[in-house]
Design a protein. Structure first.
Length: 186
């Protein structure tokens, strides 16, 4: 029951913002891989905007000593993109250790952008047929598309962390920003 509830929460946080932004319809030939790619695109936008919104001086902020700092979460997300997308692509994980080696906002935002570009290749090249191919991931057999879906879930999980940190600093997270006002129709 707990896994089902978690799945519903993940789907709700995915589908509501996607419905509001009216993404392109999934390809009829590859509906699962296309939808997975659309979700990833939405997450890339939210994560990058979150990384850019937090001021440099708050990148070392952590609400308590036992959790990652804001910057460490951004670095962890970049590292994870390489982990998940290399597994789905069949590449060797470059193992850049961004979380342990980068601390400045500029370096972490750049690393996050680079990791998204790396993952774009995996999502862009994925089809439903290729996504059904099995790979070893965390000592389990898993379809490639499943690995990319776990990447999306992991991104949402840590976006929740970033939202909390932003709010603690009085900053409105990207998913809560008001859309720009449309000029009145004449």
């Amino acid at each position: 029951m707990r896994k089902f509830t978690l799945l519903l929460c993940v789907l709700a946080t995915t589908l509501v913002p996607l419905a509001q932004s009216k993404p392109a319809a999934p390809s009829p030939d590859n509906p699962f891989s296309t939808f997975n790619k659309v979700v990833f695109g939405h997450m890339k936008d939210l994560l990058l905007r979150s990384a850019e919104k937090m001021p440099e001086e708050n990148y070392s902020f952590k609400p308590v000593d036992t959790v990652r700092s804001y910057g460490q979460i951004v670095g962890h997300l970049a590292d994870a993109q390489y982990l998940f997308c290399s597994a789905a692509s069949g590449d060797k994980n470059p193992g850049l250790k961004i979380e342990q080696t980068k601390t400045s906002k500029a370096d972490l935002v750049a690393a996050l952008k680079d990791s998204f570009a790396y993952c774009d290749k995996a999502y862009d090249g994925m089809t439903d047929a290729a996504g059904s191919q099995m790979v070893k991931f965390f000592d389990r057999d898993m379809p490639k598309l499943g690995v990319l879906e776990i990447n999306n879930m992991h991104d949402y999980e840590h976006y929740g962390n970033l939202v909390t940190y932003l709010r603690l600093k009085g900053i409105v997270p990207p998913s809560s920003e008001q859309p720009p006002q449309q000029p009145p129709k004449k």
